[in-house]
Every structure is written in C-alpha cells, then in structure tokens.
Design a protein. Structure first.
Length: 157
C-alpha cells in the first residue's frame, strides 16, 4: 500500500466453531462433513471442532480460503493460529521436554503437517512476498525450514 504498513491476519485453520447456526459444524447435516468423527472431532478443552486434513474437500476449502484472503483483501501474510492444537491428536496438551520422540510419535497428525506444507508451498508460489508465521508453543522442529529441506515452510515462528 506504500505506507510502510503490513497487514497480517490471524488465520484459524486449526479448529472451527462447534456452533451449528454460524459455523461449519453439521454443515451438510452430517457430523463429519469437514471434521473428524467421534472424540477426535472435538477439541477436548475448547469445545471446538477439529478438521480432518486427510479429506480432499477440507484441503480445497482451507487452501482456497487462504487464497481468497490474499486475492480479495491484498493482505501481506498470515499468522497460523494455534498450530499446537492441530499438529497433535492430543491438541498440544502434553508435556514437552524437547525430546525428538515427542515430535515423531503416534500423536502427531501427519495430515495436518501435510496441509501446512501445502499451504506454505501454495502461498509462497502464488504470492512470493507473502509472510507466514507459525504460532506454536511446542517448538515443533523445522517450522521455519524450507519445505524442500523437510520443513514446514513458515517464514517466522
């Protein structure tokens, strides 16, 4: 915009409102249109819905949402909100000591990792000046490493 200001928005692709009147919960009448079914579909502490990142419709929805914000409003970047709640099936509510085993176990949502890689790849390919920031309290390894080097591709943590 030429004024020396950057416009960043906090994008919440880590969970969604469970409110059926204003949110996506039960959007098509089913319990699992965009979300995991059963306990995994509900955040244990926040009462929100958890996206199923292995579903192609969810990927299309979330990725197109990112593109829409950039195209429609010409924003400069995103802070990806609460990655801890999406990266782990325990929603990040665990003790982290920094041991590599905490980041490479059955509680890591590999589909969420793939979504974040796709999001960063797409955003940086289509919009080379875009800024992506990871909000993560668990110090997930490789957050700001390039995707070509096995990282998630964020610019900042």
């Amino acid at each position: 915009s030429g004024l020396g200001l950057l416009v960043l928005i906090d994008i919440v692709h880590s969970y969604a409102s469970a409110d059926e009147m204003v949110g996506l919960s039960l959007f098509d009448g089913s319990n699992d249109c965009y979300f995991h079914s059963g306990k995994r579909g509900h955040h244990k502490y926040w009462g929100t819905r958890m996206f199923k990142y292995d579903d192609v419709d969810v990927l299309h929805f979330l990725l197109s949402n990112l593109s829409w914000w950039v195209t429609e409003y010409k924003i400069d970047g995103f802070q990806f909100h609460s990655l801890s709640s999406m990266l782990y099936t325990h929603n990040g509510f665990s003790t982290f000591t920094g041991a590599i085993e905490e980041y490479c176990n059955q509680y890591v949502d590999k589909d969420a990792l793939i979504y974040l890689i796709l999001a960063n790849e797409m955003l940086h390919e289509l919009h080379p000046d875009i800024i992506t920031i990871a909000e993560d309290a668990t110090y997930y390894p490789g957050l700001c490493e390039p995707t070509t080097q096995g990282g998630l591709g964020f610019d900042y943590w």
